[in-house]
Ligand binder design. Structure first.
Ligand SMILES: Cc1cc2nc3c(=O)[nH]c(=O)nc-3n(C[C@H](O)[C@H](O)[C@H](O)COP(=O)(O)OP(=O)(O)OC[C@H]3O[C@@H](n4cnc5c(N)ncnc54)[C@H](O)[C@@H]3O)c2cc1C
Length: 402
């Protein structure tokens, strides 16, 4: 028998396995896909912004050195509103930090995590293995299909990490809510001719926020929120037309936009499960909350969920938990994590509604708010702490050790 099963080996499932294997727990990951090497994607690669809290967790797990080597630091954040005077700047130095966050290509992060998983004697990775069924008695019984064979696994605890459309969540009878913000986000990587070292930009335009995240060198990842019809329109433009439209919205702070990757657009949505636990099964990652990418928080929040769960588990052996301890632990996990999840969701929703509204008075108000924020160090520090994921108390992993 294994101790923990993780259904879904995406970024969150892999991180959860790497954290919860300590101390000496045997973990099986059931992943529908496989990890065959992907061709290098260069300008077309997807990327993630890692908050300071995620860096601390990776440090604790002994993974940070490998991840940092692939990541671009964000040492300055410049927040502005198009055609308005208000500007706010955040600097890592002001908080005695080396960086406020980092940007890394999803593939590079996944490769680092996979390498660590494969090096672990405690983690078993079942690839091309599709979740099929789940039932619970004194243990959790998970059925999955692999190479046309039905397989069974018995564990003490199961983590459901199979993404926003989670089948395991559905099999557990946990409902979810989908909020549609009525906007779309356009994703593209670009190359500019005047990169500003280690600087990320968040620019509020009449249609919504536009972020430019440094990928290192002249490359930036662009996350651009637009009305759906405008998003479809800019995605339909050729490279020159798209670069010109982006340049018009972003301005010339990074000089000329010289090259753009393929564009794709997603509806701006959020999916949240109505509960985080059912018996011996806990929801984590996108299966629990898939937030819109504008605030860049889903993965960072999920890692803090992992850190919270690690803290709850680390003083008890799973055998001790067998003696009736799982239900209180699962309820505690839900209680503790729901409070922070709601705060992050409110922050993301606030960003969308405050900064995606074309009313002229609101336009003036947000410009004034940005200007004021720059003059109020305490408020600015609060905003910085929130972006770093450090507002909700500490635990071992967030302090950077096991
Ligand atoms: C454009 C964009 C930009 C983003 N930027 C940021 C950012 O800057 N910062 C941030 O924190 N977050 C960001 N996010 C969110 C982040 O990408 C997600 O939170 C994160 O990838 C979720 O990982 P996950 O492992 O929970 O889910 P997923 O990545 O969906 O992984 C689920 C895994 O489960 C597997 N699976 C599915 N069904 C089954 C099954 N039946 N059986 C077995 N396995 C199954 C899948 O193959 C997959 O590997 C962004 C998201 C988008 C779309």
């Amino acid at each position: 028998m294994r101790d923990i099963a993780i259904i879904g080996g995406g970024l969150v499932g892999l991180c959860a396995a790497l954290a919860l294997q300590h101390p000496a727990r045997r973990i099986t990951i059931i992943e529908a896909g496989n990890f065959d090497p992907q061709p290098a994607r260069g300008l077309a690669a997807r990327s993630l912004a890692l908050s300071f809290s995620s860096v601390q967790i990776f440090r604790a797990l002994g993974l940070w050195q490998a991840i940092e080597a692939q990541a671009a630091p964000i040492r300055h954040i410049h927040v502005s509103a198009r055609a308005r005077w208000g500007v706010t700047r955040l600097h890592a130095d002001d908080y005695r930090l080396d960086a406020l966050g980092y940007v890394i290509e999803n593939q590079a992060l996944s490769d680092c995590l996979l390498q660590a998983v494969q090096a672990s004697e405690l983690i078993e990775l079942q690839q091309n293995a599709s979740f099929a069924s789940i039932d619970q008695d004194a243990l959790v019984n998970i059925g999955y299909r692999q190479q046309n064979r039905r397989r069974q696994l018995k564990v003490r605890l199961a983590l459901v990490a199979d993404g926003a459309q989670s089948q395991a969540r559905q099999a557990l009878g946990i409902d979810h809510r989908r909020i549609d913000y009525g906007q779309s986000v356009v994703i593209s990587n670009v190359e500019v001719d005047m990169p500003q070292a280690d600087t990320a930009y968040e620019r509020f335009t009449a249609q919504g926020p536009l972020a430019m995240l440094p990928l290192g060198g002249r490359r930036y990842a662009c996350v651009w929120t637009l009305q759906p019809d405008r998003a479809a329109e800019v995605c339909g433009l050729d490279d020159v037309g798209f670069a010109a439209a982006l340049q018009d919205s972003f301005g010339f702070r990074l000089g000329l936009i010289e090259a753009v990757s393929a564009r794709f657009s997603l509806p701006l949505q959020r999916t949240s499960a109505v509960a985080l636990q059912a018996g011996r099964c806990l929801l984590i990652g996108n299966a629990a909350n898939a937030l819109h990418p504008v605030a860049g928080q889903s993965f960072n929040l999920a890692l803090r969920d992992v850190a919270g769960l690690y803290e709850l588990l680390c003083d008890q052996s799973l055998a001790e938990l067998d003696a009736g301890g799982i239900a209180p632990l699962a309820e505690k996990y839900e209680r503790q994590r729901i409070a922070e999840q709601r705060q992050v969701i409110r922050y993301g929703d606030g960003l969308v509604s405050m900064f995606s509204n074309e009313l002229p008075l609101l336009d003036q108000a947000r410009a004034a708010a940005l200007g004021l924020l720059d003059l109020l160090p305490a408020l600015k520090a609060q905003a910085a702490l929130s972006g770093m994921g450090m507002t909700f108390g500490g635990n071992r992993l967030l302090r950077g050790h096991l």
